[in-house]
Design a protein around this ligand. Structure first.
Ligand code: MG
Length: 205
């Protein structure tokens, strides 16, 4: 996979998750960015920053762009996708609330574990994709693409109408309900059944 020029994330794309944090699903996709410097890969540690007292997991389905996408219509969106990967949108929840802007809360080094990309041609059923997040083997989150407020083709149309998506760029499509804190020594897994599992240990500052 090319190193992404950007990681475009979607906030509050699952109704139950929006509700659990006291929010509503927005009228339009709510976008933010994570820096490429936050990426870690399979097995690498999520390092808890000293600046935060509450770092949480957000298991997500990531879409990896395969062809430059600018002003793409939803009907053509899948033509621009290389594949699907599990992703953890690690978030300093306390800083997200106090900062207002999410750049710091979402942007610490190690806050974007991404697993191996499964090529789209090998994804059995795009309409049945699910994501499961476990901490120390216990299921914390379980969501399905059918539960998204804005589905993947709509997200590609919306985002590519704002910014050009380059090959290797990543879209994190939002997290289902069940987000919760991470402690040093925890092991977090994000599994997309039929695609793969991403496993990362959690370390103290
Ligand atoms: Mg997220």
């Amino acid at each position: 996979m090319n190193r992404p020029t950007k990681i475009v994330c979607v906030g509050r794309n699952y109704l139950e998750h929006a509700r659990e944090l006291g929010n509503q699903v927005p009228e339009r996709p709510l976008l933010f960015l994570k820096p490429p410097s936050s990426i870690v890969r399979e097995g690498e540690a999520i390092v808890l920053p000293a600046a935060s007292d509450r770092v949480e997991h957000e298991g997500e389905i990531a879409v990896v762009i395969g062809r430059t996408a600018r002003g793409v219509k939803a009907a053509d969106a899948w033509d621009h996708v290389a594949g699907i990967a599990p992703l953890n949108d690690v978030t300093a929840r306390d800083l997200q609330k106090t900062d207002g802007q999410w750049t710091r809360a979402k942007g610490f080094d190690t806050f974007c574990p991404i697993g191996a990309t499964l090529p789209l041609a090998q994804v059995a059923d795009r309409g049945a994709l699910e994501v499961i997040c476990r901490v120390n083997g216990q299921v914390r989150q379980h969501g399905r693409v059918s539960e998204m407020a804005f589905d993947i083709p709509m997200l590609i149309e919306y985002i590519s109408g704002v910014m050009t998506l380059e090959p290797g760029d990543v879209i994190a499509t939002g997290t289902p309900a069940g987000v919760g804190p991470l402690q040093p020594g925890d092991v977090v897994e994000v599994e997309i059944p039929g695609v793969g599992t991403l496993t990362n240990p959690v370390q103290a500052p």
